[in-house]
Design a protein around this ligand. Structure first.
Ligand SMILES: Cc1ncc(COP(=O)(O)O)c(C=O)c1O
Length: 427
């Protein structure tokens, strides 16, 4: 039996506990379990942005560009160092994940001429799937979608944990495949792919692998350099705590930078940018992958969020994410399984990120009620899943414990008793 005292003890022994007070808590009674959608606001971000507005933009005006011009690279290097296990000169912080994803996928396809098949999985994040569909139509390619949606495909089938293993992927890897793309952590089930094994397998087949690490970055120790990753994208606003719409990042391994050509040739990628030459000539290194003016306010928010990750260390953060999701699964078994919830996240802690996903036929109503009546912020995904996250720097174990207590209490409360959930299939 996992008790409140166990959660209190975990907090007392948590080396990251001190970071919690560095975030803004507008309502201390709220259990915020949605850090996998949007992280909390660091206090230092408020200070940094205010200072920039008054002393940076406000004072220096256009002269400020002298110090801001390379900021996509320096902030990119910080993200690489703090969270990706990437040496300098391989990460850029810019634009959105979707736009960066489009660029890397297009560039990877061009780097494998003659190959006409591209692969993703059904469980991938919608923007990735839609962009892949668009590119397949645009270039008349064969798009293969591995069937692993967690809803059962046939009667009697179990929920899928959405993991694509090398055994599942291997039969798809013909000589016609240019590119495979998956999410490091599946956005719904929370399953964590074996990045190294899959990248190695795809490389052996002659194709390129693009990873979307949006749901992993800042919770999982990614070690891109060590794992031999070639291409990856991700966001900064979830476990990176960098704010809504903060710039995303892209990673291009030094190993393949000379093979990669961006589909948009913008002026920031031009050699001797301010000579404003008549013909495009791509400059060396990561700057050659940048398109245009970076959002300085956004990048400064990233500096605060990822600066804190660097200080705390991604390995300590990853340990807390594992411990926190393990505690959630214990509480799930203790309180929620008997109430008709199902767990779809892997129980193996090496195969999870910072969130778990649970199913219930009345998930939509429960998620609504938790927000309206119980001061718990979960994340609801149609048709019937609730995602619950621990954001290791901002969330305490007691906050998670109380959140689960309230989910239990709300589900057995009178309010749900009259709900007609017949006809909604749980398993
Ligand atoms: C896995 C994944 N990819 C891409 C995106 C889209 O990000 P953006 O809106 O920055 O393009 C998200 C957003 O949550 C995501 O979770």
């Amino acid at each position: 039996m996992f008790t409140r005292q166990d959660a209190i003890d975990l907090d007392a022994n948590d080396p990251l506990a001190k970071y919690r007070e560095r975030f803004i808590f507008a309502d201390s009674e709220v259990c915020y379990l949605d850090g996998n959608s949007l992280g909390r606001l660091p206090k230092s971000t408020v200070e940094s942005i205010n200072t920039f507005l008054i002393e940076g933009w406000g004072t220096k005006i256009v002269d400020g560009w002298a110090e801001w011009i390379d900021k996509a690279e320096t902030t990119g290097d910080l993200i690489g160092r703090a969270a990706l296990g990437a040496a300098a000169g391989q990460t850029l912080a810019m634009d959105t994940t979707s736009v960066n994803f489009y660029r890397l996928v297009r560039a990877a396809i061009s780097a494998r001429p003659g190959r006409r098949t591209i692969i993703t999985d059904e469980a991938n994040f919608p923007t990735d799937r839609y962009i892949m569909q668009g590119i397949a139509d645009e270039l008349d390619l064969n798009l293969v979608v591995i069937p692993n949606d967690l809803q059962p495909h046939a009667a009697g089938e179990e929920f899928s944990d959405e993991l694509v293993t090398t055994e599942i992927l291997k039969p798809y890897l013909t000589e016609d495949v240019a590119l495979v793309t998956l999410s490091v952590v599946a956005y719904r089930s929370g399953a964590l792919h074996d990045v190294k094994e899959i990248t190695d397998l795809v490389r052996e087949s002659g194709a390129l692998m693009v990873w979307d690490a949006s749901h992993a970055v800042g919770a999982v120790d990614l070690q891109f350099d060590r794992n031999g990753v070639d291409l990856a994208v991700g966001c900064t606003y979830k476990y990176g705590n960098s704010g809504p719409g903060s710039p995303a990042w892209l990673y291009v391994s030094k190993r393949i930078q000379s093979e990669i050509q961006m589909p948009i040739q913008g002026w920031f990628a031009q050699r001797n940018q301010f000579l404003m030459g008549s013909k495009f000539e791509q400059t060396e290194g990561m700057r050659g992958f940048q398109i245009a003016s970076p959002s300085i306010v956004g990048l400064l928010c990233i500096d605060e969020g990822f600066g804190m990750i660097e200080e705390a260390s991604i390995s300590a953060i990853n340990k807390k994410a594992s411990k926190g999701t393990e505690m959630m699964i214990e509480l799930f078994d203790q309180w929620l399984a008997p109430l008709g919830f199902e767990l779809v996240t892997p129980r193996d802690s090496t195969r999870r990120g910072g969130h778990i996903s649970i199913y219930h036929p009345a998930a939509a109503q429960i998620a609504r009620g938790l927000r309206d009546d119980m001061k718990v912020i979960p994340d609801y995904r149609a048709p019937n899943s609730i995602r619950l996250a621990i954001s290791p720097l901002a969330t305490s174990y007691v906050e998670v414990f109380e959140g689960f207590e309230r989910i239990r209490d709300y589900t057995i409360s009178e309010k749900l008793k009259d709900l007609d959930i017949s006809g909604v299939k749980v398993s």
